[in-house]
Each structure stands twice: as C-alpha cells, then as structure tokens.
Design a binder for this molecule. Sequence first.
Ligand code: SF4
Length: 398
Amino acid sequence: MKYIDEFQDPGPAARLLDDIRASVTGPWALMEVCGGQTHSIIRHGIDQLLPDEVELIHGPGCPVCVTPLEVIDKALAIASRPEVVFCSFGDMLRVPGTGRDLFQVRSEGGDVRVVYSPLDALRIAGENPDREVVFFGIGFETTAPPNAMTVHQARRRGIRNFSLLVSHVRVPPAIEAIMQSPDCRVQGFLAAGHVCSVMGTREYPELAERFRVPVVVTGFEPLDILEGVRRTVRQLERGEHTVDNAYPRAVRPEGNPAARAMLDDVFEVADRAWRGIGVIPDSGWRLSARYRDHDAEHRFRVGDIATLEPAECRSGEVLQGLLKPHECEAFGTTCTPRTPLGATMVSSEGACAAYYLYRRLDLPAHRESAARPVPVPAPAAVAPADATVTDRKDGSVV
Ligand code: SF4
C-alpha cells in the first residue's frame, strides 16, 4: 500500500539501525509522545532492535489513557439521563469509570451510540430535535479541530440540542511538565507528527532551548520512527538541542492554519487534569464563552463530579515514563485488556495494552536482552486470545 509499504521496508530499516549503532555512545533516553508511535514501536519490536544505549520511554500520548477518571464519570452521569443520546468513538465505551463503563450504561437502557465522526452526532441531533445529543470530545490537537468545527456548525445551523463533553489536551505543556519533574530521565523527544501537522512546529523551539533537549517531529511507520531516533541520537551525540522535522511529507512549520483558526474561534486554553498526572496549567481547551451553550458539562451540571484514581493502578507513572508496564504488579494478572484497572490497558494505543497485546508479559525490568535480533521490523505478533483492546476500525480516537 502506497505510503505504508515503503515505510516498512526492512532494507532501509537495517541501514538506519546500522547508522544509529555506528554513531551512538549514549546512554540516551528518548520519549515518544504519541500512543500511535508507542503501538508501532512495540508492534514492530523497534525498542528491541535499537542498541542498548538507546532507551525508548513511552510518554502520555494516548488520548484515551490521559482522559481523567472524573471525566469518564461525568460521561456516565450524562449518558444515563433518559433524554440524552450519548455519542462517542468506540474506544471510550470500554474505559472503566467508577464501577461501570458506557457499555453498561447502554445495557441498562441508556442511548449510547458509537459514531465515526462528530458530524454523525450533529446529524443525529438534527434528526432528533426532542433529544439532547452529546458528543464525547477527547484527545489532542488532532481531534480538537473537527470537534471545534462541529460545534461551530451546530451554532451556525441553530442546532441547539447538540453539546460537547470536552476533555481536550495539548502536548507542549505536557512536555514542559515532564521535564520539570524531579524524576525526569528524558533527554530527547520524538514529537507526534500528526499533532504537528495541525499545530506546526512553532511551539517547540522554546521548549528545546529551555530544557536543552532535541525535539524531532516523527511519523508513525517503522522507518519514520527509526529516522526520528537517528536524528535525535545524532543531536545528543553532538550536544545539540534543536527542533528538527523528520516527517516533512505531512508536517509544515506553520501546520494547518485553517484548523488552528477553528480552534481559536471555538476553544480557549484552560488548565486540564491528565489521568495519573494531575492538573497541568494551560494544558488543554474548553469551549469559549461564545459557545458555552454547547458545553455538556455546563448544560448537565456535572462540573462538581470529582473522582480519585484507583490506588493499585500505576498508569500515572507509566504515562510519565517512570515505570514500564510490565513493572506494574498488576500487569497481566489482575489487569488485562478484559479486566483493565486503568485506561492504559484499555486503548490499543495505551502502553500497557501494547505490551500485553504483543506478548511483553514476562520481561525483566529495563532492557530485556543484550542480544540483537535480526534488524528487520517484525510483523505483528499474534494477539493473545483474550486481547480485546479496541482498534481504530472501531472508531477509536487518534
Ligand atoms: S498494568 Fe494495569 S494497573 Fe498497571 S499501570 Fe497498566 S493499566 Fe494500571
């Protein structure tokens, strides 16, 4: 398939790995800030192919995983109301809130529907003027523009029974929070290519300079990730810390101005809680005052719901790169994709689910082996029988 096969070619992958091995002295710890990249890294065994001097830390880049438990509980409260049609991408239905999930709300009679676009939810609202239609708007700079555009359309078309439950987050403040943590081990970042295709690269030079870390915009296929690693390692070896775009086929420095304009029109920057991490200042968006009528949290008065995260789940440490999934005591025992204790085990982009899905079940802590496998990206492993993590085909969030 064009734009896929050529970026999974074993020949260039082997050459990139040779280049990395030849230049690295390390040790270096790099963080990928996207769940899609985490999934690709584990699926293709890229972390095992890299030399021991290069460690990949899986950052807080899965949109489902960073959505706080209290937002799930707000969704459950709204979806349980008889007048509501609650619409969501598929992967949010299995994320456990306190005591239940959206699937259970549906089994108890709630009108919970999986949609593939926020515009589907707007269409449902237009066709059902006597119902309240709510769309669950979560995710990063990638999903925020279409959700903003849908609210803009609702207002323009006078569809008053449509509202958005918003939990949108922004990557640069998360990088800042990670770098300010006293436990931070990260020395370089693979920035998420799809986020930068919307926002451009203008937010990163200040971070690279302040924290003296290279930031390399990176794509999602094996060759993209290896090229991102290669460029980051090269900067680290040279003592450099600049912003570099290793994903130019999708990312321009200015990003997508139309999408950014829509974000500026509909949303305003606000403090946001990140699951397992806590509140990060200015790390997300909420609907601006002009669109407050379409704010589900405001409309259904669920703003007071506050929930503590379960103590046994260590996803906060996983999301900050302080713990590898298999180092959690619950991994693969009391916590599996069928019985997830935390969101990082629910979403296919969650680090815990990726480790489980691709059989990273009994690895010792830190680097698994000094032995170097054949430098060819591995095909997808066979999923365990009970691996039921959701997939983008089910309408998951990017
Ligand atoms: S394995 Fe389960 S309990 Fe442990 S951090 Fe991951 S989601 Fe949480």
